[in-house]
Design a protein around this ligand. Structure first.
Ligand SMILES: [Zn+2]
Length: 450
Protein backbone atom coordinates (compact mmCIF):
# COMPACT_ATOMS: atom_id res chain seq x y z
CA UNK A 1 0.00 0.00 0.00
CA UNK A 2 1.21 3.48 -0.76
CA UNK A 3 0.96 6.71 1.12
CA UNK A 4 1.34 10.24 -0.12
CA UNK A 5 3.34 12.80 1.82
CA UNK A 6 3.00 16.54 1.26
CA UNK A 7 5.94 18.51 2.55
CA UNK A 8 5.58 22.26 2.86
CA UNK A 9 7.15 25.30 4.42
CA UNK A 10 6.14 25.77 8.02
CA UNK A 11 5.75 29.52 7.81
CA UNK A 12 3.28 29.26 4.96
CA UNK A 13 0.60 27.77 7.16
CA UNK A 14 -2.35 29.99 7.69
CA UNK A 15 -2.91 29.09 11.32
CA UNK A 16 -6.53 30.14 11.44
CA UNK A 17 -7.32 27.81 8.58
CA UNK A 18 -5.27 25.13 10.27
CA UNK A 19 -7.32 25.42 13.46
CA UNK A 20 -10.46 25.23 11.40
CA UNK A 21 -9.16 21.99 9.92
CA UNK A 22 -8.59 23.50 6.50
CA UNK A 23 -4.97 23.29 5.49
CA UNK A 24 -3.57 25.89 3.23
CA UNK A 25 -0.17 25.44 1.70
CA UNK A 26 1.40 26.98 -1.29
CA UNK A 27 5.09 26.76 -0.68
CA UNK A 28 6.25 23.19 -1.25
CA UNK A 29 9.63 21.81 -0.23
CA UNK A 30 11.23 20.38 -3.33
CA UNK A 31 13.93 17.68 -3.50
CA UNK A 32 13.67 16.51 0.11
CA UNK A 33 14.82 12.94 0.71
CA UNK A 34 12.57 10.62 2.66
CA UNK A 35 13.83 7.65 4.68
CA UNK A 36 11.79 5.08 6.56
CA UNK A 37 13.26 2.82 9.25
CA UNK A 38 11.93 0.56 11.95
CA UNK A 39 12.32 2.50 15.18
CA UNK A 40 14.72 -0.13 16.48
CA UNK A 41 16.97 0.09 13.41
CA UNK A 42 20.40 1.54 13.83
CA UNK A 43 19.68 4.12 11.11
CA UNK A 44 16.86 5.48 13.22
CA UNK A 45 19.35 6.66 15.83
CA UNK A 46 22.07 8.06 13.59
CA UNK A 47 22.61 11.77 13.10
CA UNK A 48 21.15 13.23 9.93
CA UNK A 49 24.63 13.93 8.60
CA UNK A 50 25.31 10.22 8.25
CA UNK A 51 22.23 9.46 6.17
CA UNK A 52 23.15 8.70 2.59
CA UNK A 53 20.95 10.09 -0.11
CA UNK A 54 21.35 6.86 -2.05
CA UNK A 55 19.45 5.10 0.74
CA UNK A 56 16.46 7.40 0.47
CA UNK A 57 13.16 5.75 -0.37
CA UNK A 58 12.01 8.70 -2.43
CA UNK A 59 12.38 12.42 -3.02
CA UNK A 60 9.73 15.14 -3.12
CA UNK A 61 8.77 16.56 -6.50
CA UNK A 62 8.33 20.23 -7.37
CA UNK A 63 4.96 20.23 -5.60
CA UNK A 64 6.51 18.88 -2.41
CA UNK A 65 4.79 15.53 -2.92
CA UNK A 66 6.21 12.08 -2.56
CA UNK A 67 4.58 8.66 -2.68
CA UNK A 68 5.87 5.88 -0.44
CA UNK A 69 5.32 2.15 -0.50
CA UNK A 70 4.54 1.22 3.08
CA UNK A 71 6.17 -1.79 4.71
CA UNK A 72 3.91 -4.79 5.06
CA UNK A 73 4.58 -5.33 8.76
CA UNK A 74 2.50 -3.36 11.23
CA UNK A 75 4.45 -1.36 13.76
CA UNK A 76 6.07 1.94 14.60
CA UNK A 77 8.52 3.39 12.12
CA UNK A 78 10.70 6.44 11.93
CA UNK A 79 10.15 8.64 8.92
CA UNK A 80 13.19 10.85 8.43
CA UNK A 81 12.95 13.92 6.20
CA UNK A 82 16.22 15.34 4.92
CA UNK A 83 15.77 18.52 2.86
CA UNK A 84 18.14 19.24 -0.01
CA UNK A 85 19.66 22.10 1.98
CA UNK A 86 19.45 21.70 5.71
CA UNK A 87 21.03 22.81 8.96
CA UNK A 88 20.66 21.96 12.62
CA UNK A 89 22.77 24.96 13.68
CA UNK A 90 21.36 27.65 15.94
CA UNK A 91 19.97 30.44 13.73
CA UNK A 92 22.34 33.30 14.35
CA UNK A 93 25.77 34.50 13.26
CA UNK A 94 27.05 30.93 13.11
CA UNK A 95 24.53 30.00 10.47
CA UNK A 96 26.53 31.14 7.48
CA UNK A 97 26.20 30.08 3.92
CA UNK A 98 28.06 26.84 3.36
CA UNK A 99 25.25 26.01 0.98
CA UNK A 100 25.45 25.66 -2.74
CA UNK A 101 24.76 28.70 -4.87
CA UNK A 102 21.04 28.92 -5.46
CA UNK A 103 20.13 27.43 -2.10
CA UNK A 104 17.31 29.84 -1.52
CA UNK A 105 15.76 27.79 1.25
CA UNK A 106 17.41 25.93 4.07
CA UNK A 107 15.30 23.84 6.44
CA UNK A 108 15.47 21.85 9.62
CA UNK A 109 15.52 18.10 8.99
CA UNK A 110 12.66 16.31 10.73
CA UNK A 111 12.00 12.94 12.36
CA UNK A 112 8.44 11.67 12.52
CA UNK A 113 7.19 8.57 14.29
CA UNK A 114 4.49 6.88 12.26
CA UNK A 115 2.31 3.99 13.25
CA UNK A 116 1.52 1.67 10.37
CA UNK A 117 -1.51 -0.56 10.77
CA UNK A 118 -3.77 -2.72 8.70
CA UNK A 119 -4.15 -6.11 7.13
CA UNK A 120 -1.44 -7.32 4.80
CA UNK A 121 -1.67 -5.39 1.58
CA UNK A 122 -3.92 -2.79 3.16
CA UNK A 123 -1.52 -1.09 5.55
CA UNK A 124 -1.98 2.61 6.22
CA UNK A 125 -0.46 5.34 8.33
CA UNK A 126 -2.61 5.37 11.44
CA UNK A 127 -0.87 8.20 13.27
CA UNK A 128 2.11 10.51 13.07
CA UNK A 129 3.92 12.42 15.79
CA UNK A 130 6.97 14.61 15.62
CA UNK A 131 10.00 12.78 16.99
CA UNK A 132 12.63 15.46 16.45
CA UNK A 133 14.29 16.92 19.51
CA UNK A 134 12.39 20.13 19.04
CA UNK A 135 8.80 20.12 17.86
CA UNK A 136 9.55 23.57 16.48
CA UNK A 137 11.61 21.90 13.75
CA UNK A 138 8.37 21.02 12.02
CA UNK A 139 5.05 19.30 12.36
CA UNK A 140 3.29 16.31 10.89
CA UNK A 141 -0.23 15.02 10.99
CA UNK A 142 -2.17 12.35 9.16
CA UNK A 143 -4.75 13.23 6.61
CA UNK A 144 -7.41 11.24 4.88
CA UNK A 145 -6.61 8.81 2.07
CA UNK A 146 -3.43 7.43 3.61
CA UNK A 147 -1.45 10.57 3.55
CA UNK A 148 0.64 12.76 5.76
CA UNK A 149 1.00 16.49 5.79
CA UNK A 150 4.42 17.60 6.91
CA UNK A 151 5.70 21.12 7.39
CA UNK A 152 9.37 21.93 7.78
CA UNK A 153 10.81 24.86 9.65
CA UNK A 154 12.88 27.09 7.37
CA UNK A 155 16.03 28.53 8.91
CA UNK A 156 17.19 30.48 5.89
CA UNK A 157 15.07 32.09 3.20
CA UNK A 158 16.42 34.04 0.27
CA UNK A 159 14.36 35.21 -2.62
CA UNK A 160 15.86 38.54 -3.45
CA UNK A 161 18.23 38.07 -6.36
CA UNK A 162 19.60 41.61 -6.70
CA UNK A 163 23.26 42.36 -6.17
CA UNK A 164 24.24 42.31 -2.56
CA UNK A 165 26.54 44.86 -1.03
CA UNK A 166 28.98 43.88 1.68
CA UNK A 167 28.92 46.16 4.71
CA UNK A 168 32.06 47.96 5.78
CA UNK A 169 31.35 47.31 9.45
CA UNK A 170 28.72 45.90 11.80
CA UNK A 171 28.34 47.96 14.95
CA UNK A 172 24.60 48.51 15.42
CA UNK A 173 21.52 46.29 15.82
CA UNK A 174 18.04 47.56 14.97
CA UNK A 175 14.91 45.84 16.32
CA UNK A 176 11.70 46.07 14.29
CA UNK A 177 8.22 44.66 14.28
CA UNK A 178 6.48 43.37 11.21
CA UNK A 179 2.97 44.19 10.30
CA UNK A 180 0.67 41.97 8.35
CA UNK A 181 -1.78 39.21 9.00
CA UNK A 182 0.52 36.19 9.30
CA UNK A 183 4.11 34.96 9.29
CA UNK A 184 3.81 34.07 5.64
CA UNK A 185 3.33 37.69 4.63
CA UNK A 186 6.22 38.77 6.83
CA UNK A 187 8.57 36.20 5.34
CA UNK A 188 7.56 37.13 1.83
CA UNK A 189 8.02 40.83 2.44
CA UNK A 190 11.40 40.55 4.13
CA UNK A 191 12.83 38.09 1.62
CA UNK A 192 11.60 39.84 -1.50
CA UNK A 193 12.84 43.26 -0.38
CA UNK A 194 16.03 42.02 1.28
CA UNK A 195 14.98 43.99 4.31
CA UNK A 196 16.17 42.56 7.62
CA UNK A 197 18.66 39.86 8.49
CA UNK A 198 16.47 37.91 10.92
CA UNK A 199 12.81 37.32 11.71
CA UNK A 200 11.58 35.95 15.05
CA UNK A 201 8.19 34.28 14.83
CA UNK A 202 5.58 35.05 17.43
CA UNK A 203 4.12 31.64 18.11
CA UNK A 204 7.25 29.74 19.10
CA UNK A 205 10.18 32.13 18.80
CA UNK A 206 11.63 30.36 15.78
CA UNK A 207 14.26 32.43 14.01
CA UNK A 208 14.57 32.63 10.23
CA UNK A 209 17.65 34.14 8.64
CA UNK A 210 17.49 36.09 5.39
CA UNK A 211 20.87 37.70 4.90
CA UNK A 212 24.41 37.05 6.03
CA UNK A 213 25.33 39.43 8.83
CA UNK A 214 28.00 41.04 6.67
CA UNK A 215 25.59 41.83 3.82
CA UNK A 216 23.75 45.14 3.74
CA UNK A 217 19.99 45.01 4.22
CA UNK A 218 17.39 47.70 3.62
CA UNK A 219 15.56 47.46 6.95
CA UNK A 220 16.40 50.96 8.21
CA UNK A 221 14.94 52.73 5.20
CA UNK A 222 16.72 55.71 3.77
CA UNK A 223 15.94 55.13 0.13
CA UNK A 224 13.83 58.19 -0.29
CA UNK A 225 10.50 56.68 0.71
CA UNK A 226 10.81 56.81 4.46
CA UNK A 227 13.29 59.51 5.40
CA UNK A 228 16.94 59.21 6.25
CA UNK A 229 17.70 57.16 9.34
CA UNK A 230 20.00 58.62 11.99
CA UNK A 231 21.58 57.39 15.18
CA UNK A 232 24.44 58.83 17.19
CA UNK A 233 25.86 60.91 14.39
CA UNK A 234 25.48 58.37 11.59
CA UNK A 235 23.05 58.35 8.70
CA UNK A 236 24.50 55.32 6.89
CA UNK A 237 22.57 52.97 9.15
CA UNK A 238 21.93 50.16 6.68
CA UNK A 239 25.59 49.83 5.86
CA UNK A 240 26.58 49.22 9.47
CA UNK A 241 23.66 47.46 11.11
CA UNK A 242 21.88 44.15 11.50
CA UNK A 243 18.08 44.21 11.36
CA UNK A 244 15.93 41.89 13.47
CA UNK A 245 12.18 41.76 12.79
CA UNK A 246 9.75 40.52 15.44
CA UNK A 247 6.58 39.11 13.99
CA UNK A 248 3.67 41.12 15.32
CA UNK A 249 0.37 41.98 13.81
CA UNK A 250 -1.58 44.84 15.32
CA UNK A 251 0.72 46.96 17.41
CA UNK A 252 -1.95 49.10 19.04
CA UNK A 253 -3.97 46.24 20.48
CA UNK A 254 -3.43 44.07 23.54
CA UNK A 255 -3.06 40.96 21.47
CA UNK A 256 0.00 42.46 19.88
CA UNK A 257 2.24 41.96 22.88
CA UNK A 258 5.40 40.09 22.12
CA UNK A 259 5.64 36.52 23.34
CA UNK A 260 7.96 35.08 25.94
CA UNK A 261 9.36 32.79 23.24
CA UNK A 262 10.21 35.83 21.12
CA UNK A 263 12.04 37.58 23.96
CA UNK A 264 14.04 34.46 24.76
CA UNK A 265 15.06 34.01 21.14
CA UNK A 266 15.86 37.70 20.80
CA UNK A 267 18.09 37.74 23.90
CA UNK A 268 19.90 34.61 22.72
CA UNK A 269 20.38 36.10 19.24
CA UNK A 270 21.56 39.48 20.57
CA UNK A 271 24.13 37.75 22.77
CA UNK A 272 25.51 35.78 19.85
CA UNK A 273 25.60 38.79 17.51
CA UNK A 274 27.30 41.07 20.03
CA UNK A 275 29.94 38.41 20.76
CA UNK A 276 30.54 37.48 17.15
CA UNK A 277 30.88 41.01 15.78
CA UNK A 278 32.23 42.80 18.84
CA UNK A 279 29.25 45.17 18.90
CA UNK A 280 28.86 47.52 21.87
CA UNK A 281 25.74 45.99 23.51
CA UNK A 282 24.42 49.51 24.19
CA UNK A 283 24.06 49.90 20.43
CA UNK A 284 20.84 47.88 20.20
CA UNK A 285 18.02 50.25 19.30
CA UNK A 286 14.53 50.28 17.82
CA UNK A 287 13.54 51.42 14.36
CA UNK A 288 11.58 54.34 15.82
CA UNK A 289 14.77 55.56 17.52
CA UNK A 290 16.17 56.12 14.02
CA UNK A 291 13.22 58.02 12.71
CA UNK A 292 13.88 61.29 11.01
CA UNK A 293 11.28 63.44 9.30
CA UNK A 294 8.55 60.79 9.34
CA UNK A 295 6.03 59.56 11.89
CA UNK A 296 5.38 56.18 10.34
CA UNK A 297 7.67 54.24 12.64
CA UNK A 298 5.95 55.09 15.90
CA UNK A 299 5.10 51.49 16.59
CA UNK A 300 8.32 49.93 15.48
CA UNK A 301 8.87 48.06 17.77
CA UNK A 302 6.50 50.22 19.80
CA UNK A 303 5.74 51.36 23.34
CA UNK A 304 4.86 47.82 24.45
CA UNK A 305 8.25 46.42 23.61
CA UNK A 306 10.09 45.51 26.81
CA UNK A 307 13.23 47.66 26.58
CA UNK A 308 13.77 47.43 30.36
CA UNK A 309 14.03 43.64 30.03
CA UNK A 310 16.69 44.04 27.34
CA UNK A 311 18.36 46.62 29.55
CA UNK A 312 18.56 44.23 32.49
CA UNK A 313 20.27 41.77 30.14
CA UNK A 314 22.72 44.50 29.19
CA UNK A 315 21.35 45.45 25.76
CA UNK A 316 20.26 48.84 24.50
CA UNK A 317 21.17 52.35 25.59
CA UNK A 318 21.22 52.51 29.39
CA UNK A 319 18.30 54.42 30.80
CA UNK A 320 16.30 55.23 33.87
CA UNK A 321 13.87 52.70 35.26
CA UNK A 322 16.52 50.03 35.69
CA UNK A 323 17.81 50.85 39.12
CA UNK A 324 19.21 54.19 38.03
CA UNK A 325 17.95 57.53 39.40
CA UNK A 326 14.38 58.23 38.33
CA UNK A 327 11.65 60.58 39.36
CA UNK A 328 11.38 58.71 42.62
CA UNK A 329 14.89 59.61 43.65
CA UNK A 330 14.28 63.22 42.70
CA UNK A 331 11.05 63.21 44.67
CA UNK A 332 12.75 61.66 47.67
CA UNK A 333 15.45 64.31 47.50
CA UNK A 334 12.80 67.01 47.60
CA UNK A 335 12.20 69.98 45.33
CA UNK A 336 15.79 71.10 45.82
CA UNK A 337 16.99 68.31 43.53
CA UNK A 338 15.07 69.84 40.66
CA UNK A 339 16.92 73.10 40.99
CA UNK A 340 19.90 71.75 39.12
CA UNK A 341 17.84 70.19 36.37
CA UNK A 342 17.84 72.24 33.16
CA UNK A 343 18.17 75.60 34.87
CA UNK A 344 15.42 74.82 37.36
CA UNK A 345 12.91 74.94 34.54
CA UNK A 346 10.78 72.12 35.87
CA UNK A 347 10.80 73.57 39.31
CA UNK A 348 9.93 77.02 38.02
CA UNK A 349 6.94 75.83 35.99
CA UNK A 350 4.98 74.99 39.09
CA UNK A 351 1.46 74.95 37.72
CA UNK A 352 2.04 73.18 34.44
CA UNK A 353 5.52 71.70 34.10
CA UNK A 354 5.09 70.77 30.46
CA UNK A 355 6.99 72.10 27.49
CA UNK A 356 5.34 72.12 24.09
CA UNK A 357 6.11 72.77 20.47
CA UNK A 358 7.11 76.39 19.88
CA UNK A 359 8.70 76.90 23.30
CA UNK A 360 12.08 78.62 23.02
CA UNK A 361 14.96 79.99 25.06
CA UNK A 362 15.23 83.15 22.98
CA UNK A 363 11.96 84.60 24.26
CA UNK A 364 12.01 82.59 27.52
CA UNK A 365 8.79 80.95 26.36
CA UNK A 366 8.15 77.77 28.31
CA UNK A 367 4.87 75.92 28.57
CA UNK A 368 3.43 78.28 25.97
CA UNK A 369 4.02 81.52 27.94
CA UNK A 370 6.92 83.82 28.68
CA UNK A 371 8.52 82.95 32.01
CA UNK A 372 10.55 85.62 33.71
CA UNK A 373 12.33 83.49 36.27
CA UNK A 374 14.28 81.15 33.97
CA UNK A 375 17.88 81.81 33.10
CA UNK A 376 20.25 79.95 30.78
CA UNK A 377 19.29 77.83 27.77
CA UNK A 378 17.34 74.85 29.15
CA UNK A 379 15.83 73.84 25.79
CA UNK A 380 19.21 73.74 24.15
CA UNK A 381 20.51 71.67 27.07
CA UNK A 382 17.64 69.20 26.73
CA UNK A 383 18.16 68.85 22.98
CA UNK A 384 21.90 68.46 23.49
CA UNK A 385 21.17 65.60 25.88
CA UNK A 386 18.73 63.92 23.47
CA UNK A 387 21.35 64.20 20.76
CA UNK A 388 23.98 62.78 23.12
CA UNK A 389 21.81 59.70 23.69
CA UNK A 390 21.67 59.27 19.90
CA UNK A 391 18.52 61.04 18.69
CA UNK A 392 18.30 63.29 15.68
CA UNK A 393 17.07 66.71 16.81
CA UNK A 394 17.08 68.59 13.50
CA UNK A 395 19.43 69.33 10.65
CA UNK A 396 21.20 72.11 12.54
CA UNK A 397 21.70 70.10 15.69
CA UNK A 398 20.52 71.14 19.15
CA UNK A 399 18.94 74.60 18.97
CA UNK A 400 16.99 76.91 21.26
CA UNK A 401 13.51 76.02 19.99
CA UNK A 402 11.26 73.01 20.46
CA UNK A 403 10.34 72.75 16.82
CA UNK A 404 8.63 69.84 15.09
CA UNK A 405 11.85 67.83 14.72
CA UNK A 406 12.77 68.36 18.36
CA UNK A 407 9.32 67.26 19.57
CA UNK A 408 9.55 64.17 17.39
CA UNK A 409 12.81 63.28 19.12
CA UNK A 410 11.09 63.75 22.50
CA UNK A 411 8.30 61.44 21.40
CA UNK A 412 10.65 58.69 20.19
CA UNK A 413 12.59 59.03 23.42
CA UNK A 414 9.32 58.52 25.33
CA UNK A 415 8.35 55.50 23.24
CA UNK A 416 11.67 53.89 24.12
CA UNK A 417 12.38 55.04 27.68
CA UNK A 418 8.81 54.74 28.96
CA UNK A 419 8.32 51.40 27.21
CA UNK A 420 5.93 49.01 29.02
CA UNK A 421 4.79 51.83 31.33
CA UNK A 422 2.39 53.50 28.93
CA UNK A 423 -1.16 52.42 28.21
CA UNK A 424 -1.13 54.31 24.95
CA UNK A 425 1.56 55.81 22.75
CA UNK A 426 2.66 59.32 23.76
CA UNK A 427 0.81 62.09 21.98
CA UNK A 428 2.11 63.31 18.68
CA UNK A 429 2.06 66.57 16.78
CA UNK A 430 0.77 69.66 18.55
CA UNK A 431 -0.40 67.61 21.52
CA UNK A 432 3.08 66.32 22.28
CA UNK A 433 4.43 67.38 25.68
CA UNK A 434 7.75 67.35 27.44
CA UNK A 435 6.90 66.94 31.08
CA UNK A 436 9.02 66.87 34.22
CA UNK A 437 9.47 63.11 34.32
CA UNK A 438 10.50 63.02 30.67
CA UNK A 439 13.07 65.72 31.36
CA UNK A 440 14.46 63.79 34.30
CA UNK A 441 14.78 60.64 32.21
CA UNK A 442 16.44 62.51 29.36
CA UNK A 443 18.91 63.92 31.86
CA UNK A 444 19.59 60.50 33.37
CA UNK A 445 19.88 58.68 30.05
CA UNK A 446 22.28 61.29 28.64
CA UNK A 447 24.45 60.96 31.74
CA UNK A 448 24.48 57.18 31.42
CA UNK A 449 25.21 57.20 27.71
CA UNK A 450 28.10 59.61 27.71
ZN1 LIG B 1 11.12 48.76 10.96
Amino acid sequence: MRAELRIDNRYSINRRRLRAGRHHFDDPVEAADVFLYEVTAEEARRPFSTLRRADALAQTNSRGRVTLTLPSANGTYLLRILPEFWSEASVGPNLSRPFAAGAGRVYRPLDIKVKIEGNPGRARIASATTASRSTADGEAWSVRHDGLSIVLQPVWVTEHTGRRRTKSRTDLIVVHLTSGSDPYGAVRKISSHAGAHYLILKQDGQVIKFLSDTIQGGHAGGHGHSGTPYWAGDTNVNSRSIGIELENVKPTEDESDFTEAQYQSLLRLLGELVDQHGIDPRRVIGHSDLAVEMNIRDFDPGFRFDWPRLGRAGFGPPGPGRGYPTLRSFTAAGPAALEGLYGGLFQGLRSDPELRQGDNDTGSVYGGRPQGNITGEPIKEILTDLNKIGYWVGSRGPGNTLDEDAMRAVRYFQIHFFATELGAPPSSGRNARLDRETAIRIFDAAAMNS
